[in-house]
Design a binder for this molecule. Sequence first.
Ligand code: KIV
Ligand code: ZN
Length: 511
Amino acid sequence: MTRKIQILDTTLRDGEQSPGASLNTREKLIVAKQLVRLGVDVIEAGFPFSSQGDFRSVEEIGHLVGDKAVVCAFARAKEEDIDRAAEALSTAKRPRIHTGVGVSSEHLRYKLRLTEDECVERAAACVRYAKRLVEDVEFYAEDAGRADLGLLLRVVQAAVDAGATVINIPDTTGFCLPEEYGARIAAIMDGVRGIEDVTVAVHTHDDLGMATALALAGVRNGATQVECAINGMGERAGSAALEEVVTAIHMHGDALDAHTNVHLRELMRTSRLVSRVTGMNVQANKAVVGANAFAHSSGIHQDAVLKERTTYEIIDPAEVGAVGSEIILSARSGHAALRHRLSELGYTFADDEFEEIYQRFLEIAEQKKEVYDEDLESMVQEHSREVDAVYTLNALQIQCGDPLVPTAVATITDELGERHVVSATGTGPVDAAYKAIDNVVMIHGDLEEYAVKAITRGIDAIGEVVVRVRAADGMVYTGRGSDNDVIVASAKAYVNALNRTITTQRSQENA
Ligand code: KIV
Ligand code: ZN
């Protein structure tokens, strides 16, 4: 039997640090639920000290996940961070605190202003402190990829002696070559007393496009936990992509002496869901989950694949869930059929909420002959965006054409229930709609990116719009909206981005 590799998913912590990808608690719960279905071992659910929203998300994810996975909360090596993490984890059946300190000379000198001895002491102290609050304490040695190896070994030894259960060796800046990083893991496996009793984790970033290769080099040299994120989300260029890591381990299990418990068939759906809720599109040529990952274009390839799929495909698309479901609902489908299909997709609702979903389903089904899984996923996520809305777009009327002046009339309800009917003209229909919305939501944001795509097949496909808006605080907020009408989808996406701006700013004020 090969070694079991634990998969720590950090989509909701490191992944959410991708610019513009912040999620509300409800969206995080949807992702966490899917991560459980995917079979990850550990869910890093957030950084409770950073905001009230993160605190609440960790608390609710702990509640939701029960004993199906370890729920981990991030904390810097500060008592107030660690206290807050432990508090948020009070609902978790299997809580873990992830704390640590920077160890490279860049971090010690410029960020932390610590000597090497102080760094070793701080490592031991944060683990000891966290250990008083929970049993399972993961220690990270930030920027270990660039650290002096002697210091790294001392810091890791101190953390192990203080009782850490997991030692995380991040290549925070994605700097290493895979062999170099693997050699660091080997040096730790050889040079730290008691390391055989703890789990060694790899946490890698993609700054040089090698995050997955780095993670696998770590596994080859003794690591038994990989930290990764769906679609490779994460700071800057992102993290090791979970779908790549687990598929590579699946295909090269013997060579790596490794296996995971991840259900590969859930990969595609998880990728789609995360892309949709975060607003981060997956590039078409992305390994395993990209739209072109199993597409063959040239005549030579097509001919060969038709003769024998394995000539150009090393992965069976069905194995990673890349083959669509045949279940298609229509306006004739009743409550039971919709409820059944939604639960297969991982969504369950209380009766009153389900009724709202069903009514929306009927609206879509009346406009489209067939409602596909992608429509259902979009509809449910649209619903989750509405629940936390400060402003809700109730109606939008547009007049445009040549030679008309594009004019929008929008009806918007605020959180106090007051309805506002506003109008504006613009250079085009979307511009007019956004100007009308700005007349009610007084926190105008600059539109940095606007993208529209069809989620499903055919001329009656639901259109999805993703916008990135830069608010006055300099932060970028992503908004998404979907509708059969792309102008309405555009307006919903803009309102969604403004709602996110307001709720994030409020939660920071309350933190
Ligand atoms: O990349 C990193 O070093 C991290 C940690 C702080 C664990 O995300
Ligand atoms: Zn990271």
